[in-house]
Design a protein around this ligand. Structure first.
Ligand SMILES: NC(=O)c1ccc[n+]([C@@H]2O[C@H](COP(=O)([O-])OP(=O)(O)OC[C@H]3O[C@@H](n4cnc5c(N)ncnc54)[C@H](OP(=O)(O)O)[C@@H]3O)[C@@H](O)[C@H]2O)c1
Length: 316
């Protein structure tokens, strides 16, 4: 497993990280604890050293609290505050207990705070000075969020969606991210599983513990069709799944991609094998063309606007 700098923190993170939401068992189907612990151990054996969790990911933090003793120094642990009513500082203390650790390596606000919520940044600073949090940042959504958050000093890293179907906001803010030298965690790299090629337009999610339950058939149809537009990548990357992982890692501004892993099999598929090779510039150009055609690129807001308008006036 290759490692990359996490911004200017001095941390070296594995370029493929363990997304620990699914092992929490509350959002992508139930996961037995032993299966989750085996998955984490296999990830470690494959050289993964970065795990992303949150207090809202079911049993995820508690499982890490069982897993980490005896191997704490081998892992860089990221977690989040999602606006819990007890407040940020009280939650961090609970999380430290749950995670069985004395510090969290990278701590994120789960949204880009505005207005009075911006006082949370001072609270993060205080927790950092106290040594409870080593580095801090924000998990956010849009290019505007990136501008807003990076207007402040003291931000060590960001977490954003980056996939073949979500080139924005990364591409829209590459220069700023580079100039600020923040760590960048890419999430939703597999777009809910659609970029593995395992779902077609007829897919349905019925498990009551699956957060995708109730997704509109129209949304599933659209995601399946959009994912197929990248089938051509299989020839060079080996599979759509491999290309989906290689895409964010083709940008040096990205520090790590966090991949959803809830079993040893998924760990092997996502974190095992040869390190993903960066996609060639000509291939990235072709991807950008497809993204423009699909209306998902930063440059295609006009296309998106036209589609929304068409849908509204019943032409879609
Ligand atoms: N900050 C935030 O707001 C936020 C939001 C979402 C996620 N995250 C983080 O990002 C991590 C990744 O989650 P995500 O939602 O971004 O995931 P994702 O890349 O969009 O994909 C997750 C889905 O991919 C499927 N999958 C995973 N590995 C696969 C494989 N090898 N073959 C076939 N299917 C596979 C899983 O299917 P199954 O259901 O079959 O397992 C899962 O449903 C999370 O664990 C969490 O740490 C953060």
């Amino acid at each position: 497993m290759r490692t990359r700098d996490f911004g200017r923190t001095g941390l070296r993170v594995s370029e493929r990280g363990f997304g620990a939401w699914a092992i929490g068992g509350a959002s992508f189907g139930a996961v037995p604890a032993e299966q989750a612990l085996d998955a984490l151990a296999r990830a470690e054996a494959l050289g993964c050293n970065f795990v992303d969790t949150a207090a809202v990911y079911g049993e995820s933090e508690a499982l890490l609290g069982r897993f980490l003793p005896g191997r704490r120094d081998r892992w860089i642990v990221a977690s989040k505050y999602s606006g819990q009513p007890q407040g940020l500082t009280a939650l961090v203390h609970e999380q430290l207990r749950r995670l069985n650790t004395d510090r969290i390596d990278f701590y994120q606000l789960h949204w880009a705070p505005r207005g009075k919520d911006e006082a949370l940044f001072d609270e993060l600073d205080a927790l950092k000075r106290a040594g409870k949090l080593r580095f801090v940042g924000v998990s956010l959504r849009s290019a505007g969020d990136i501008d807003h958050v990076l207007a402040r000093p003291g931000i060590d890293g960001l977490q954003i969606c980056v996939s073949l179907l979500d080139p924005d906001p990364l591409l829209a803010r590459l220069a700023l991210l580079r100039a600020r030298g923040v760590g960048v965690i890419a999430r939703s790299v597999l777009k809910g599983g659609f970029l593995t090629g395992k779902y077609d337009a007829a897919a349905r999610f019925t498990d009551p513990a699956d957060q995708r339950r109730g997704w509109e058939p129209a949304r599933i149809r659209m995601l399946a069709q959009q994912a197929r537009a990248f089938d051509f990548l299989a020839a060079s990357a080996g599979s759509l799944h491999a290309a989906a992982i290689a895409y964010p890692l083709s940008f040096p501004e990205v520090s790590t991609v966090i991949l959803s892993c809830k079993s040893v099999e998924q760990v092997e598929a996502n974190l095992g094998g040869a390190p993903p090779a960066a996609l060639a510039p000509a291939l990235l150009e072709r991807i950008a063309q497809v993204q423009r055609q699909l209306g998902v690129s930063p440059a295609s807001s006009g296309v998106r606007l036209w589609r929304r308008l068409k849908a509204r006036i019943g032409l879609a």
